[in-house]
Design a protein around this ligand. Structure first.
Ligand code: NAD
Ligand code: UFG
Length: 342
């Protein structure tokens, strides 16, 4: 079993992935500055993983831009890094581009330098479907043009390029760039989930907060898209499927020869905003009032993965559908109406 450094492991995707990696028998060091998360998520990961995993999770409060924090996190040796740490709000990235280039790009550069210094050359990177911009062909293959339309997407493209350059510069790198589509849902226990600060930017947490009564109604951004019901279509992926995709990527990288893998992680299934609303109402038994408003600038009509390369290379595919995403998202939201602060 491997020793792994998980940057950003206290966050939404990181916490679920930590649990899956602990259950697979790996030992983890999490490095997180808790800028967008709470240590409570990792306490609950520990609780769900049980006493057998008590010594297998070490938490360090620190920043990926700090070489001394990275040195501390890598001090016990490291077989592979899963790099979640970063900022992800599209609107904020437009307002604060230098912050996004600093955390996402300089942070990744600092991490790669620290990895080289300690001889670890295996990394799984959290990339995003956002780097496809407004896709011309759907479903989207990994060979589609990289055309990000906001600073957040630019930083993801830049880190992918940095990883490709380092793989070319010296032998031995094992790299997986995982381009997530729309991660949603929660651990089925309702103990872990997504806990955004302030007003959620994304559909799923907004719908959950309307269902639980924290917000009065959803604004549906556009009813005139060229989609079957006129609302936007996305490829939602259950966060537990995504976590299992990371476990598979770590296993493949450590077992195979050095390589650079670039993979879409999605279900291949598109769902419209109105379908998500109906599925969430059915799962929660709560009404989700909504009104259709103007389109949101920068949105695509439809974004759906072609997930066949990941299925082939990782022997992984999604197992959970929209109803499970809503069921588990509701288990989390109803038990933790104020997130980890509940
Ligand atoms: P999140 O904000 O919940 O998790 C990110 C974690 O990184 C947080 O715990 C945060 O405190 C930590 N962090 C931020 N800056 C840091 C720094 N400088 N040093 C150390 N830790 C830091 O986000 P998430 O949804 O779990 O996303 C994880 C990764 O996946 C991000 O890189 C994000 O860009 C990427 N991603 C997310 C989505 C999505 O829709 N959630 C989609 C595609 C890609
Ligand atoms: N939507 C609404 N109302 C809302 C929020 C969203 O109608 O309040 C609609 C959007 O217009 C879109 C769909 O719901 O049609 C999904 O929107 P999200 O904001 O949840 O997700 P996006 O696909 O726009 O983007 C998200 C992240 C990106 C990431 C991308 C793919 O914000 O950073 O998923 O992973 F790149």
């Amino acid at each position: 079993m491997a020793k792994l450094l998980i940057t950003g492991g206290a966050g939404f995707i990181g916490s679920h992935t930590c649990l899956v990696l602990l259950e697979a028998g790996h030992s983890l060091v999490v490095l997180d500055n808790f800028d967008n998360s709470s240590p409570e998520s990792l306490r609950r990961v520990q609780e769900l993983a049980g006493p057998a995993a008590a010594d297998a999770l070490k938490v360090i409060k620190g920043d990926v831009r700090s070489s001394s924090d990275l040195e501390r996190a890598l001090a016990g040796g490291c077989d592979a890094v899963v790099h979640f740490a970063g900022l992800k709000a599209v609107g904020e990235s437009v307002a604060k581009p230098l912050l996004y280039w600093d955390v996402n790009v300089s942070g990744s550069r600092e991490l790669l330098a620290a990895m080289r210094a300690c001889g670890c050359r295996t990394i799984v990177f959290s990339s995003s479907a956002t780097l496809y911009g407004l896709p011309e062909v759907v479903p989207i293959c990994e060979t589609a043009p990289i055309k990000p339309i906001n600073p957040y997407g630019q930083t993801k493209a830049a880190v992918e390029q940095m990883l490709a350059d380092i793989a070319t510069s010296e032998a031995g790198w094992r790299i997986a760039c995982l381009r997530y589509f729309n991660p949603v849902g929660a651990h089925p226990s309702g103990r872990l989930g997504e806990d955004p600060n302030g007003i959620p930017n994304n559909l799923f947490p907004f719908v959950s907060q309307v269902a639980v009564g924290r917000r009065s109604r959803l604004s549906v951004f556009g009813g005139d898209w060229p989609t079957p019901d006129g609302s936007g279509v996305r490829d939602y992926i259950h966060v537990m499927d995504l976590a299992e995709g990371h476990r598979a990527a770590v296993d493949v990288l450590l077992a195979e020869d050095p390589q650079l893998l670039t993979l879409n992680l999605g279900s291949g299934q598109g769902h419209s905003v109105l379908e998500v609303v109906a599925a969430f109402e059915a799962a929660s038994g709560q009404a989700v009032p909504y009104e259709v408003v103007a389109r949101r600038p920068g949105d695509a009509a439809s974004s759906v993965a072609d997930p066949s390369l990941a299925a082939q290379r990782l022997r992984w595919r999604t197992q959970r559908g929209l109803s499970e995403m809503c069921r588990d998202g509701w288990a989390w939201q109803s038990a933790n109406p104020q997130g980890y602060a509940s």
